[in-house]
Design a protein. Sequence first.
Length: 235
Amino acid sequence: MKKNIRSFKNRVVLKPWGQEYNIFNNKKKFSITYLHIKKGFCTSLHSHSKKKTGFLILSGVAEVQLGLYTKNIIRYKPMSILVLRPGLFHRIKANKKSDLFALEIETPFIRSDLIRLQDNYGRRNKGYESINKTRQINEKDVTFKIPKKNEKNLYKLNGVNIELNYYKNFSSFKNYDDKSVAIICDGQMVTENGKEVISAGEIVKSYTLKKLSKYYRIKNQILILKAFKSKYLHS
């Protein structure tokens, strides 16, 4: 049975490996989930048949299995990004030295889109957690809000600075790699004929948007979440 998205609003989902909650969403078409995986623990080996999934590692080291075989494990350090196509089985493990914190980007936002193949906690072939395995979000749990026009919302999460801002152009972005990451939360870049080039759910290095803007235009305006460490240059 499909889970009611509204029933999980303002709820932290308690997992055997840690916890997660929806830190930002743009209705059903896009969401960002804040993951906390305890050191040495891992998610199930699972896939999402309908939605594209991406990750931004905030702190800790993620050991990510891509596909069905354990030989396909790649380590991702803080500020690393990865994007997974629909249907790709994957598992994320925090290494034994530290807890893992990450942002998970889902396009579209469908909680019930989950297939578990293997699980260390007896959840194989089971759906998403029930509402009784949650708690209410409290004042210590950071959530992101859509900014007002001409304003920038600022946050700090696991030592990473977060900016949420609308842009009409990327003239303020750097031409070189300042090591910041941009997540498109809403809006599009399009060709002269109006064909979509990049849209909500994409995760790229910020300077990539600057480069794309030489060839394509922003349609009206675009909402960007920019993440960077304090020592990095940013606009």
